[in-house]
Design a protein around this ligand. Sequence first.
Ligand code: ADP
Ligand code: MG
Length: 351
Amino acid sequence: MVDIRRLDDATVERIAAGEVVERPSSVVKELVENSLDADATRVEVTVERGGKDGITVADDGIGMTEAEVTRAVEEHTTSKIRDIDDLESGVGTLGFRGEALHAVGAVSRLTITTRPRSDRDVDDARGTKLTVEGGEVTSVEPAGCPEGTTIEVDDLFFNVPARRKYLKQDGTEFAHVNTVVTSYALANPDIAVSLTHDGRETFATTGQGDRREAVMSVYGRDVAESMVPVEVDAAALPDGPLDGVSGLVSHPETTRSTREYLSTYVNGRYVTAGAVRDAVIEAYGHQLAPDRYPFAVLFLDVPAGDVDVNVHPRKLEVRFADEEGVREQIETAVESALLDEGLLRSGAPRG
Ligand code: ADP
Ligand code: MG
């Protein structure tokens, strides 16, 4: 006889947390998404040792009352959808699972300091500080704090040593964090996003600018000045699932040796899609030197019914049913942007 037992709650919780929280960058992603969903105009991300020792995300969003924050750290609690029908009709927020805060709290020491924004109609306008340690709420007390929310995550995986051991060196973990914060900063030029690592500011956007200005804050002036606009709607695209393609792509001589500077978004959501990156590169044809890749910040509009938002929280990959159609549409859009700027020899042979 095998002994089939029901796992105890603490074990179930930590296993479930691992589905959401894989490494520091997954915590940063969840917290930044929450800040954006909370209507913030400023999001400050600070990490220590690649996020392994500390992660702080501070925003000036709508904030929470004591009752709200107490509820928010419970299991499967969300203010963003009510039931599956809301999900079917399309969600306008980045989050909706109600898993992240609970999961983060289960595998770290979590401190939330929050106060409802003054334009909210709440009975209780005071600030609150709540702490969670390894899944247990350890304190809830009034706090003098600015409007908005600051979330601190210390000692990630202190109670899951196997996971903690699996984390990479600081530099590698930070590179993942940087990719996440960069992708949100580029997509939201109207929000001031900053990233600081071990006391040094990596970048800060102004929140006042356009896409090109966000690119300048993140990648520097030379890259920003080399970017050419892409703005193509459905009528100008070959047949395919996309309704439009817009954004910025770099001059063929402004390149790097990896593809990671090709940032792509589906309906505002950051995705990594090999096929999309390939299509962008393809559009440059022979203008790119061997093993060199351009910069891109490219937004793909897909009709709401044609994308499934209910993907795995950690998965950034997206697949299109008509991948060939998408590739052709993107290639056409980028090609025409480069042609408009005289950056492609029209009719030049392509590989
Ligand atoms: P989800 O984002 O899927 O709703 P989370 O666990 O990430 O689930 O957050 C739970 C709830 O906590 C959110 O629905 C929201 O109401 C609240 N919340 C989380 N972060 C913030 C924040 N930065 N500002 C205001 N409210 C927040
Ligand atoms: Mg969330």
